[in-house]
Design a protein around this ligand. Structure first.
Ligand SMILES: [Zn+2]
Length: 249
């Protein structure tokens, strides 16, 4: 359960403005809706796991890295530093070219641009599930007698098959998506990558249909990080499937 008590007060290093943020005692992330590009279907986090924000002075900040913590309070009238609006991302990328911030802005933009595919996939998946449910209900009508109903005999209940995963759809990234993903690959290749970065790089290479490179990057990932995401990227790259996908729990 996510628990909040009071606020944390921080200072923006760009202009010295003070901001409040909820003081989280614990955070609960629903991992059942996490995608291979790092998108969480969560009101607080969405694709901006890095916490990219825009200060009211116009500077861009990464919440956990750049803000200077100065105290806590029960209540405050200070403004909250909100996550950057998705439509401001191209401007942020332009302003942050050739700095460390460019990578963060492009990561957030990558997930945001994948959202169109995600929406289509979710729509198709729901249609598929509704069809499967209808077919099941037609094949398994409620045949209880009045006596069984009176005695509270339960009606047949539809249960989706366990492990039944709706397959990926064709994924055709736009020129903007391709350009952004290619630049991210360049930035990651140049950086000193940890295992999480390597998984991100392997996923980008897969979504760009560079499947051999993706599998070669995965071979550099340490054993500790060979998790569900690792297995998913490996399977989809081997099958030459480029689409973003839900990570199995
Ligand atoms: Zn500022």
């Amino acid at each position: 359960m996510t628990m909040i008590r009071g606020v944390t007060i921080s200072e923006a290093p760009c202009c010295g403005r003070h901001y409040a943020s909820p003081h989280f005692l614990s955070i609960c992330i629903d991992l059942s809706n996490t995608w291979s590009d790092g998108w969480h279907e969560d009101g607080h986090i969405w694709g901006n796991v890095e916490g990219l924000c825009e200060c009211s002075c116009g500077h861009y900040l990464v919440r956990h890295r750049d803000l200077v913590h100065i105290g806590k309070a029960e209540n405050t009238n200070l403004p909250y530093l909100e996550p950057i609006d998705a439509h401001r991302l191209p401007k942020c990328i332009e302003a942050s070219r050739r700095t460390e911030l460019e990578r963060t802005a492009r990561l957030v933009h990558w997930r945001f641009l994948n959202q169109h595919y995600r929406d289509t996939y979710n729509e198709q998946r729901m249609l598929h599930e509704a069809r499967a449910r209808l077919e099941w209900e037609q094949a398994n009508p409620d045949r209880r007698s009045w006596w069984q109903r009176l005695r509270g005999h339960p009606a047949p209940v539809y249960r989706p098959a366990r492990g039944d995963v709706f397959p990926p759809l064709p994924f055709k990234p736009t020129a903007l998506q391709i350009d952004n993903m290619q630049r991210l690959c360049e930035l990651l290749v140049l950086a000193d990558c940890n295992d999480d970065d390597l998984l991100t790089l392997a996923e980008l290479q897969r979504e760009l249909s560079r499947f051999d490179e993706s599998l070669a990057t995965l071979r550099r990932v340490g054993e500790k990080q060979q998790n569900n995401l690792y297995a998913l990227i490996q399977r989809l790259a081997a099958e030459e499937t480029p689409a973003p996908m839900l990570v199995p729990c």
